[in-house]
Design a protein around this ligand. Structure first.
Ligand code: FAD
Length: 501
């Protein structure tokens, strides 16, 4: 007879940054009285203090947890995000947009890009971007919720306020927060599992399942369990960032800016009450002082905090789940925030923990499945990020010449060559970035497909003209009816601090 399952009763979360509180909020809400959730964090150590731009799955995550969107946005000074404007990436002075929405209308046999490419050969010169609602709305600085979720969006938020918001929710759902510095991670002599965390001062916190959310320190998964790290800096060479917050000088735009420079790039993330800014760079090609100067000389508005320098090593922990410990957040690995994917990886890890929650003893098959799924996510995101550096016409600095000349993973090389030859992209294994994301970035970075699907030629000239013009009209009509993004935010979820005029 099958035994009734029982959960690990005591779940201990080490660390209270975005990862820690996202985990606590989800576990406390989902499990209720089935398990105790305890979170240990140290105010003295603090959090990384960045992580403000997100991608659309966060909308679903908040819905799963029953979070009111307007309340959440008000509490985190959030704005809407329709995509990322990539400036200076293919060549200095040019930009392209990676939007969250679909473009045009796909046929089951072939994506819209094939019909658009065919249109070009028949004299239709309008850009690919003209067929994307989210993209045109972003360009026009407009936003509204549309019926049937017809507009795909994410949020730009204050990460410190987000952690506080989740903390309130998690504590209301029964999470116990303990302030203190973890001094030691105690292993069970028989099993090798983590038995307890000992804080400075001697307090001991025992648990059955431990979630490592201690950020880059990775105190449990690496410090105690030594799972090892795959270093990906040979593919993504940027290893440093400096972040700073400034006052807003204009109403917020519904998109994040990623502006390439000589040895990396800069971000601009508009929130309701301020703007998040940062510079990402490769220390082998740019000195810290030069990066700081680049940041400070280009930001707009008053500087609200001191610049926050951050060093990182791109890569992934070899095991995200090992024994009775799961790494969530920066403890599991890190890739630069070019496509705002870190909070998403946190979210995916949490959903997987819930789906694979042990029924009694931890199953080695669950652990293997978790690690494979999480690593697949990370490798797919890694490939997508490398694409931005590898495919470029920039040869103006040693950094860009280095990127253009580097080897790329076979999985990415295949994807790029397939698109270059045939215009085709395929999404595998629930990949985060769908076909249209790859198409936008590959074409934006400069890959021109040499051919396209023959089915596109089936449309007669007048049919193709009608298809293309009706799609464009639909987009421009919808965009024209949208309100300015800043007005919509103020009405829907305006926080107490006024939006700068
Ligand atoms: P942290 O915020 O570092 O939290 C670690 C926690 O562990 C803290 O509470 C700390 O006090 C605690 N801790 C550590 N050691 C101890 C100890 N000994 N005892 C007790 N407590 C301890 N992600 C995005 O999705 N979008 C972005 O735009 C984005 N931008 C980024 C820009 C940069 C430059 C960087 C580096 C990252 C960015 N990220 C972004 C990633 C994002 O910031 C993180 O994924 C997110 O903040 C989660 O961090 P964390 O909670 O894992 O770690």
């Amino acid at each position: 007879m099958t035994a009734a399952p029982h959960l690990p009763r005591r779940i201990v979360i080490a660390g209270g940054g975005t990862a820690g509180w996202m985990t606590a909020a989800a576990l406390a809400r989902t499990l209720g009285p089935l398990a105790s959730v305890t979170l240990v964090e140290s105010e003295e150590i603090g959090t990384i203090g960045v992580g403000e731009s997100t991608i659309p799955p966060l909308v679903a995550y908040n819905r799963i947890l029953g979070i009111s969107e307007a309340e959440f946005m008000r509490a985190t000074q959030a704005t809407f995000k329709l995509g990322i404007n990539f400036e200076n990436w293919r060549v200095p002075g040019e930009a392209y947009f990676h939007s969250f929405g679909g473009t045009g209308k796909d046929h089951w046999s072939a994506g819209f890009q094939h019909f658009w490419l065919d249109g070009k050969t028949r004299g239709h010169a309008e850009p690919y971007s003209d067929y994307c609602l989210e993209l045109k709305a972003a360009e026009a600085g407009r936003f509204a919720h549309l019926p049937d979720d017809r507009m795909n969006y994410a949020y730009q938020l204050d990460s410190g306020l987000y952690a506080k918001f989740l903390r309130r929710m998690a504590e209301a759902d029964g999470t116990v927060r303990i302030e203190g510095k973890i001094a030691q991670v105690e292993l069970c002599a028989q099993t090798g599992d983590i038995a307890a965390l000992t804080l400075q001062g001697g307090r001991r916190i025992e648990g059955d399942l431990f979630i490592d959310c201690t950020g880059f320190r990775a105190l449990l998964i690496e410090g105690a369990l030594h799972v090892g790290y795959d270093d990906w800096t040979h593919w993504l060479p940027c290893d440093s960032a400096i972040a700073i917050q400034t006052s807003s000088v204009r109403p917020p735009v519904p998109y994040t800016r990623a502006i390439a420079h000589e040895a990396g790039w800069q971000w601009r993330i508009p929130l309701q009450h301020r703007q998040g800014n940062g510079v990402v760079y490769c220390s082998a090609f740019m000195e810290h002082e030069a990066a700081l100067d680049k940041l400070l000389s280009t930001v707009e508005g008053d500087k609200l905090v001191k610049p926050n320098p951050i060093r990182f090593r791109t890569g992934a922990r070899r095991k995200q789940w090992h024994r009775n410990c799961v790494a969530v957040g920066l403890s599991g690995g890190f890739m630069e925030p070019l496509e705002s994917t870190s909070i998403h990886l946190i979210q995916r890890a949490i959903l997987r923990i819930v789906r694979m929650l042990p029924a009694g003893a931890i199953s080695a098959h669950d652990v293997a499945e978790f690690n494979e799924q999480q690593m697949t996510d990370m490798e797919q995101i890694r490939d997508f990020l490398i694409l931005h550096y590898k495919v470029t016409d920039r040869r103006d600095t040693p950094f860009w010449r280095h990127c253009a000349g580097m080897d790329v993973p076979g999985s990415l090389a295949h994807k790029m060559e397939l698109f270059r030859e045939t215009g085709r992209v395929f999404r595998k294994n629930e990949e985060l970035f769908a076909e249209n994301s790859w198409v936008q970035v590959m074409m934006g970075q400069g890959i021109v497909p040499q051919s396209y699907h023959p089915v596109a030629a089936k449309l007669r000239d007048e049919e193709l003209t009608h298809l293309l013009s009706s799609l464009r009209e639909q987009v421009s009509r919808t965009v024209a009816a949208l309100p300015p993004h800043g007005d919509y935010v103020a009405r829907y979820c305006g926080a107490d601090v006024p939006v700068a005029a």
